[in-house]
Design a protein around this ligand. Structure first.
Ligand code: C2E
Ligand code: CA
Ligand code: CA
Length: 408
């Protein structure tokens, strides 16, 4: 039975007694009553390890005397915590981003961060995210189970993987120019498991190519449905290096496109994992044939080290996606801004189409627009959504888009 999300068990960890009181009070104003304040990492760990604790969210201050946030995260991993974590700090967003990366590296479910002083609306936004992340509260147990490759294999075969789609719009006019497909695992009932929790598992157990084929086929079917509804929308799909080492991948992709009735030039393949290519010749073979078949190619997460300049030199990309860690907050951070604008200039010189990921607010939008970036994707425009919700979103966006296009 779905439970009232307001019954979520939340732990707030902050050494500052005033902050603790304030946050508990704010949760109360939002209707959350199961909130446990803790003033030290040790105390929090004791609470979490209680058999009946079932904590679903930890709001973690990363600056604490004694056990700091980073050390606390290490301990959380050791005690196999499976709920969500959101960071709170007065530190610069770059430090928050790096601790967030640490959470992801440990496969902990990160809900992002809140900058101090925390406002009620910020907290409300965070809790809405928790609700959408959790489905109706079942992720807690589901998350613990997604380290089983056999379950994932069955999920792929049984169609439990579903795509959500995130809009991409031009920064000049706000026009919708495409969507990125992002896979989720619909795990029993309402729980949705996010890809950070199973893509690595798929890669480690040779399941990536089945996963990609399922995602690609679903994305193409959806593209066809939108086209029939009058929206001829390009769709981007994430592929991994493993896909690019399967020599038959271009033929499989082309035959999927043919059976869905979709032109390959409407499909962009985003290459996400650019670890040193062990089989460069195979990848070049596959990528060249994908281009010959008129699929578009994007270099994803540009600038993160997963995507290197050498790849840009060697592979025939059409598009460059600036990683979200360089985009959000760039207007207030000169080093992020430098990286963003350098990536943009380089892409422009290479005549690549540029998409900025992680456009989360109006100031990100304004900055990218001033820098002459082509396309934006991020929470400011829309969160990823099920395919059938896109048409309603298009109506909603056309009502608010003039405001978003104005340089405030
Ligand atoms: P990605 O390709 O970089 O995808 C963008 C991720 O950023 C998505 O997370 C999206 O929900 C999130 N995002 C979008 N806008 C914003 C924003 O404004 N702010 C922030 N902080 N985040 C934003 P998601 O869906 O959890 O996907 C995580 C990663 O999993 C993806 O990163 C991609 O690398 C991988 N992935 C997703 N679907 C597939 C797939 O079908 N195949 C493969 N191989 N990998 C996939
Ligand atoms: Ca991507
Ligand atoms: Ca990315």
């Amino acid at each position: 039975m779905p439970r009232d999300p307001k019954q979520s068990r939340i732990l707030v960890l902050d050494d500052d007694a005033f902050m603790l009181t304030l946050l508990v009070r704010m949760f109360g104003q939002l209707g959350y009553t199961q909130v446990m304040p803790c003033s030290s990492g040790e105390e929090a760990l004791r609470q979490i390890q209680q058999p009946s604790a079932a904590i679903e969210l930890i709001l973690l201050d990363i600056n604490m005397p004694g056990m700091d946030g980073v050390e606390f995260i290490r301990q959380l991993v050791a005690c196999r915590y499976t709920g969500h974590v959101a960071l709170v700090s007065g530190e610069s967003s770059r430090i928050l981003e790096s601790v967030e990366k640490l959470l992801r590296a440990h496969h902990l479910a990160s809900l992002g961060h809140l900058q101090k002083p925390v406002g009620l609306e910020q907290l409300r936004g965070l809790m809405q995210q928790l609700t959408s992340h959790k489905g109706n509260g079942a992720t807690h147990s589901a998350a613990a189970r997604c380290d089983d490759p056999e379950k994932l294999r069955a999920a792929i075969a049984n169609g439990e993987l579903i795509n959500h789609y995130q809009p991409q719009v031009t920064l000049t006019t706000g026009e919708l120019v495409g969507v990125e497909s992002l896979v989720r695992w619909q795990h029993g009932g309402d729980a949705l498991i996010y890809p950070d929790r199973f893509i690595t598992l798929a890669a480690e157990h040779g399941l990536i190519s089945d996963l990609t084929r399922a995602v690609l086929a679903a994305a193409m079917r959806q593209a066809k449905l939108w086209a029939l509804a009058g929206h001829n929308l390009p769709v981007a799909v994430n592929v991994s290096m493993d896909d690019l080492t399967a020599l038959d991948f271009p033929d499989v992709a082309a035959s999927l496109a043919a059976s869905a009735g979709v032109d390959p030039c409407m499909i962009t393949l985003e290459i996400t994992e650019g670890q040193v290519m062990k089989q460069l010749s195979t990848a070049l073979d596959v990528i060249s044939r994908l281009r010959l078949k008129r699929f578009r190619l994007a270099i994803d997460d540009f600038g993160t080290g997963h995507s290197s300049l050498a790849q840009l030199r060697d592979l025939p990309f059409d598009e460059l996606k600036v990683d979200r860690s360089f985009v959000h907050g760039a207007s207030a951070d000169t080093s992020l801004q430098a990286i963003c604008s350098a990536s943009l200039r380089m892409a422009q010189q290479l005549k690549l189409h540029v998409v900025a990921e992680g456009v989360e607010d109006q100031s990100d939008w304004n900055l990218l627009r001033e820098m002459g970036c082509d396309v934006a994707q991020g929470y400011f425009i829309a969160r990823p959504m099920p395919g059938e919700k896109l048409l309603a979103w298009i109506d909603d966006w056309s009502a608010r888009r003039p405001k978003a296009s104005a340089t405030a």
